[in-house]
Write a protein that binds this ligand. Structure first.
Ligand SMILES: [Mg+2]
Ligand SMILES: [Zn+2]
Length: 208
């Protein structure tokens, strides 16, 4: 019998899962982006593995060591603990733009490696990121893609594979698109909480 493949949400780290502090490896500076904890818990409950896919050229530039990223991973899990969820895995490209590797986004190498390691069906999986390199990596890997447009993409170089399926303003919005049944808009008994409740829990205003 063939092994059933799982599904995943691949998530960029800096600017998407956590607020962007360039080249930071000090856990004290880490903050989740608004709604991230609630959003990833929903996705986890919906059966998706949660896998960070991140370029870390600071390793190649000798600004920090690859092992320094372990403290970052640990702090992300600590920040997610109040939401009752953990990331399943962290994948980093330690190379620089000129290194010719296959894992630096916008190339899909890291996602492909993660999919193989975790037996993931890419067609049923998603990549979320705050720049179009993330979108391209996801699309090239054969995932569906969401651009979290928080202002970090400034160049807007369009092209093949750089069109996201959706553009959102936050991870809760992304989670609702990926798994609408988990949005809780249907107030069934024993169901998930309402959007208003989720936003309140996430410390976000429900009115715009
Ligand atoms: Mg980013
Ligand atoms: Zn690489």
């Amino acid at each position: 019998m063939a092994l059933a493949l799982g599904k995943a949400v691949f998530i960029d780290k800096d600017g998407t899962l956590i607020r962007d502090v360039p080249y930071n490896v000090d856990p004290r500076w880490l903050r989740l982006t608004p709604g991230a904890g609630v959003a990833v818990r929903r996705l986890k409950n919906a059966g998706y593995k949660l896998i960070v896919i991140s370029n870390q050229p600071g390793v190649a530039r000798k600004l920090f060591k690859e092992s320094d990223l372990l403290a970052i991973n640990g702090e992300i899990q600590t920040l997610l603990a109040p939401y009752g969820v953990k990331m399943d895995a962290f994948y980093y490209c330690p190379h620089g733009p000129g290194d010719g590797c296959e894992c630096r986004k916008p190339l899909p190498g890291l996602i492909l490696r993660a999919a193989e390691d975790h037996a993931i069906d890419l067609r049923n999986s998603w990549m979320i990121g705050d720049i179009l390199h993330d979108v391209e990596a996801g699309n090239r890997a054969g995932c569906r893609s969401i651009h979290f447009d928080n202002g970090n993409e400034t160049q807007w170089v369009m092209g093949e594979c750089r069109q996201p399926e959706y553009t959102v303003k936050g991870l809760i919005e992304a989670a609702n698109l990926i798994f609408p049944a988990a949005s809780g808009s249907v107030n069934s008994s024993g169901g998930d909480r309402t959007d208003a409740g989720a936003y309140k829990e996430a410390g976000l205003a429900t009115t715009k």
